[in-house]
Design a protein around this ligand. Structure first.
Ligand code: TYM
Length: 341
């Protein structure tokens, strides 16, 4: 059976970009057709300046939102990264296979390092090694497919390269994974700055639809989205990125092709109104389920506990095998057995 792994980082409130680019597919498609694991990757949230209490809160909220989005623990494994030590064990091993130049080439590292410096803080070493930890997340589970939005493609490429290199040097240990992307909305853009991705860690709140925004807040943000100076509704991401973004969001919510949907509109106002209503309706069940889950925190805890147990059992043998392949001595409880090796 195909093994699917993907993750979400609790660095901010989850956005419409996270949902349309990743989470919705996990719930609607991946968990039904594959042996799938979905992880709140809390260790990744420590790579930039962070508030411990906020990370803890967002980790729990992200897990609840994954369940609210429809992930069913009877069909897939939902867990928190730091609950499974195998991720960091493997990350170190992969650091011994990765080159520092490879890590420095990552676009997200370059962008975030600039942002951290501008904010006056230092750049944490973990920001540089982050994609190696992400490779470990993926490779520990023998993952075939990694369903992600466009912005993660380069990181998944690195995971592929590391798997191939490790296998060549030390013997076949890892499956070589591949990224899968959604047909539309693989990169939802910021409503106020359509040249930039809608990112949960960004500061520009008015351009970001959060999954837990009230319906009227969602409507307000979409109605105030930056469009372009023209009048005609066409799907032209390069020339008219603001309108193209709305068409992509609308298509992701109601189905159909962005270019075909463009033909049904003769004003930006009508497009914004329909997009706003489509988003509100798409998020409504998620918000309702989230409210129910908040009333039952014990349920979320139990899901995460069982998820971590399952994940640990899946990752352990492969990470152990990687350690052996690298030449690390196996710890053996019985000294007689160890001496004979
Ligand atoms: P993160 O937390 O930034 O995003 C989680 C998922 O949401 C997608 N996404 C988007 N898709 C479309 N439009 C957007 N504006 C948008 N913003 C985010 C992301 O592509 C991603 O699929 N490094 C990862 C987390 C991670 C991971 C992993 C993912 C850690 N280990 C292993 C897959 C496998 C990240 O920061 O995602």
């Amino acid at each position: 059976m195909t093994r699917v792994f993907s993750g979400i980082k609790p660095t901010g409130h989850l956005t419409l970009g996270n949902y349309l680019g990743a989470m919705r597919r996990w719930a609607d498609v991946d968990q039904h057709r594959a042996d799938a694991l979905f992880c709140v990757v809390d260790l990744h949230a420590l790579t930039v300046d962070h508030d411990p209490a906020r990370v803890r809160r967002l980790t729990r909220q992200s897990a609840s939102l994954l369940l609210a989005a429809g992930l069913d623990p009877r069909l897939c494994t939902v867990f928190v990264q730091s609950h499974v030590d195998e991720h960091t064990r493997l990350s170190y091993a992969l650091e011994c296979v990765a080159g520092d130049g490879e890590a420095r080439r990552m676009i997200q590292y370059k962008e975030k390092a600039v942002r951290e410096r501008e904010r006056g803080g230092g750049v944490r070493l973990s920001l540089l090694t982050y994609p190696v930890l992400m490779a470990a997340d993926i490779l520990a589970y023998g993952t075939d497919e990694v369903p992600v939005g466009d912005d993660q493609t380069q990181h998944v490429e690195l995971a592929r390269d590391l798997a191939v290199r490790f296998n060549q040097r030390y013997g076949h240990t890892f499956t070589v994974p591949r990224a899968t992307r959604p047909a539309v909305a693989a990169r939802v853009m910021n409503l106020r700055e359509p040249a930039a991705k809608m990112g949960k860690s960004d500061d520009s709140g008015p351009g970001i639809v959060y999954l837990l925004d009230e319906p009227d807040t969602v409507r307000g943000k979409i109605m105030r989205a930056v469009t372009d100076s023209g009048q005609e509704v066409v799907h032209d991401p390069a020339g008219r990125p603001g309108v193209a973004n709305l068409l992509e969001i609308l298509a992701a919510c109601v189905g159909g092709e962005p270019a075909a949907l463009a033909g049904s509109y003769d004003s930006y106002g009508a497009l914004k109104k329909d997009t706003a209503e489509a988003v509100v309706e798409t998020l409504r069940p998620l918000r309702e389920r989230h409210r129910e889950l908040c009333a039952d925190p014990g349920h979320v805890d139990a899901v995460l506990r069982e998820g971590a147990e399952r994940a640990r059992a899946m990752a352990r043998p492969r990470v152990d095998a990687a350690y052996r392949a690298l030449g690390l001595l196996e710890p053996v409880a019985d000294p007689v057995v160890n001496a004979a090796r």
